[in-house]
Design a binder for this molecule. Structure first.
Ligand code: SF4
Length: 254
């Protein structure tokens, strides 16, 4: 499933409420620094895709916000998501600046959230931009490199959990951790981040990262790997309860 517009919705998001989506990636292909087995946009595609410019994004957003205001619709959140990893956009920081300005003008109560896969946290401009958003919702799918690689399939082989942990800790708690739980098989390898060993290590890692909130969720739509199993809401709640025992705010989308 690809988003054909720069600004789409608002849609009702399981995790975010009435969400106005912003897609900084091309309308006709997915580009990401991960290639997750569960990605709703499918696997990365080769091609010479054009990203929207900062001006095009600002224009599309302004037009949409005028329309929403006219229609009496108030979004809860502006969400950067779409056909790939939003922080890959070379003008990401400027786009966040424009978004803050437009949000303040049209819907000052709305939050700005960025759903990111956490691979670009080594880039200072990306971190600066993320700090200008209200919510940085950063992916952390396993505390083990082997499992993270099976699930997220990072394009850069050097991406690893130790560096990721260090970068997530550098937010000093001012972040939301997002984790999908799933089971399945891909290319003859078993994928499962729901085992006792996985969940124990994940809980210990989350305690070190110490985020203000944790979002856990299950597969919702069609995935490029067809053998993946949707984890039940009860199982997610059991995992969430284990983390809640340590005082964390955990939301579940099953
Ligand atoms: S990080 Fe997000 S966009 Fe990228 S492959 Fe994974 S699910 Fe898809």
């Amino acid at each position: 499933m690809l988003f054909s517009e720069i600004v789409y919705g608002p849609i009702h998001s399981r995790r975010l409420g009435c969400s106005l989506g912003i897609n900084l990636m091309p309308p006709d292909g997915k580009i990401c620094t991960f290639n997750c087995v569960y990605c709703e946009c499918g696997f990365n595609t080769e091609g010479h895709y054009k990203l929207p410019t900062r001006q095009q994004v600002a224009h599309a957003m302004e037009e949409k916000l005028k329309q929403l205001q006219h229609d009496g619709i108030t979004p809860d959140v502006f969400t950067f998501s779409g056909n790939g990893e939003p922080t890959m956009h070379p003008e990401f920081e400027g786009i966040i600046d424009d978004t803050v300005m437009l949000r303040d003008r049209f819907f000052p109560m709305a939050k700005i959230s960025v759903l990111s896969n956490s691979t670009r946290l080594g880039n200072e401009a990306v971190v600066r931009a993320l700090m200008k958003a209200d919510n940085r919702i950063l992916k952390f799918d396993s505390a083990f490199n082997h499992t993270m690689r099976l699930i997220d399939q990072p394009v850069n082989d050097s991406f690893n959990v130790d560096d990721l942990m260090e970068r997530l800790c550098s937010f000093k708690g001012d972040l939301i951790v997002q984790t999908i739980f799933l089971r399945g098989e891909h290319n003859g390898q078993i994928i499962d981040n729901t085992t006792e060993q996985e969940v124990n290590a994940w809980i210990e890692a989350v305690k070190i990262i110490n985020p203000k909130q944790v979002m856990i969720y299950a597969i919702d739509r069609a995935t490029p790997v067809k053998t993946l199993e949707k984890v039940s809401r009860d199982e997610l709640e059991t995992i969430a309860d284990r983390l809640r025992e340590f005082g964390y705010q955990v939301s579940v989308a099953g």
